[in-house]
Design a protein around this ligand. Structure first.
Ligand code: TLP
Length: 345
């Protein structure tokens, strides 16, 4: 069996999820008649401390519906330069919402309040309107970095002062909460709207939730339909989502422990590794003499899968299907490639 560390999106549903899906009570969710979807949405809203939530097909759809609901065409959105919304959503901010982006380089993914404040546009006939600030937690391209509640609070304070809503891309927000041993609401209190993913570390096959004020979620429901996201008997998927929220959050601690093991092993092999805070590891390949692409190809031949995140940057993601033995095997594959390189020099 290959060791697949390309992403935590590769996780398969658990036995409990399959059982819940098979037994789900369903209806037509566009008519709002799917009891399982309704239950998931209510559960998510309560969990995230928001009035309402909407089940969407993916994290990308959740984020884009969020922006479409918050903004108008021609508005400006402040977000981190390496954020998923900006880097990995196919230019959807421009293509769908027609917004202009004001990207700021954060510190390990975190935006500083003064930096955000400086970027907010003054009311002036020449300027676009700043109508949204986005944060991402954990921050994927910063290496699964946690944005602390304090960091979020500081930016939220600026957002409040200027009356600008704050949207949180919380695809992996539960990772931050579990790592800091905090309730997830300690983070979401500093966001007006939040998107969480069920299909990453939490192992559900499909889906995300967008949560926020009731009126806002009503409007988001309209946008979701317009984007083709009105699903019918989606309760089969929501049933797995309910298991994800009730049974799969606390175990993220195991992934973090395995990620820490992997980090330690990689440091012993003299790789430069960004400090690992959750389940994502970014390593710099320069010292090995290989580019990321070359190294990934060599690992792949030996059964270890990873993703290229830059010419010399590889991302490894730990998840439910990666146990202690897999970490050890992965490290021995990584070491064997280095040893081979040394002996051929
Ligand atoms: N990220 C995926 C890839 O797109 C890179 C991954 O493997 O990590 N926000 C964040 C912070 C994400 O990391 C992702 C997925 C999304 C949103 C989008 O979620 P999906 O893939 O469900 O559209």
């Amino acid at each position: 069996m290959p060791i697949d560390m390309r992403s935590d999106t590769v996780t398969k549903p658990t036995e409990a999820m399959i059982k819940a899906m098979a037994n789900a009570e369903v209806g037509d969710d566009v008519f709002r008649e799917d009891p399982t979807v309704n239950r998931l949405e209510q559960m998510a809203a309560e969990r995230l401390g928001k009035e309402a939530a909407l089940f969407v097909t993916s994290g990308t759809q959740g984020n884009q519906v969020a922006v479409l609901t918050h903004c108008h065409n021609g508005d400006e959105v402040i977000l981190e330069a390496e954020s998923h919304l900006f880097v990995f959503e196919g230019g959807a901010l421009a293509a769908l919402a027609g917004v202009q982006t004001r990207t700021l380089t954060g510190v390990r993914g975190a935006l500083l309040p003064e930096q955000v404040e400086r970027a907010i546009r003054k009311k002036d006939i020449h300027n676009p309107r700043t109508t949204l600030i986005c944060l991402e937690n954990t921050h994927n391209r910063a290496g699964g970095a946690i944005i602390t509640p304090e960091q979020m609070a500081a930016v939220y304070q600026v957002a409040r002062t200027y009356g600008i809503p704050l949207h949180l891309d919380g695809a992996r927000l539960f990772h931050s909460a579990v790592a800091l041993r905090q309730d997830v609401q300690v983070f979401t209190q500093y966001a007006d709207t939040v998107q969480i993913c069920l299909s990453k570390g939490l192992s559900a096959p499909v889906g995300s939730l967008l949560a926020g004020p009731r009126d806002y979620i009503e409007e988001a429901r309209w946008w979701r339909k317009k984007l083709g996201g009105g699903m019918r008997q989606a309760g089969y998927m929501a049933a797995a989502g309910i298991v994800a929220l009730t049974e799969m959050v606390e175990r993220l601690d195991e992934d973090h422990a395995h990620a820490a093991m992997l980090e330690k092993g990689l440091l012993q092999l003299s790789f430069d590794v960004r400090p690992v805070e959750t389940n994502i590891i970014l390593l710099d390949t320069k010292r090995s003499g290989f580019t990321a692409e070359q190294l990934i190809e060599k690992w792949e031949q030996k059964g270890l899968y990873a993703l290229e995140f830059g010419k010399y940057v590889i991302r490894l993601v730990v998840h439910r299907h990666i146990g202690e033995q897999d970490v050890k095997r992965a490290l021995s594959i990584i070491e064997s490639v280095l040893v081979h390189q040394e002996s051929t020099n």
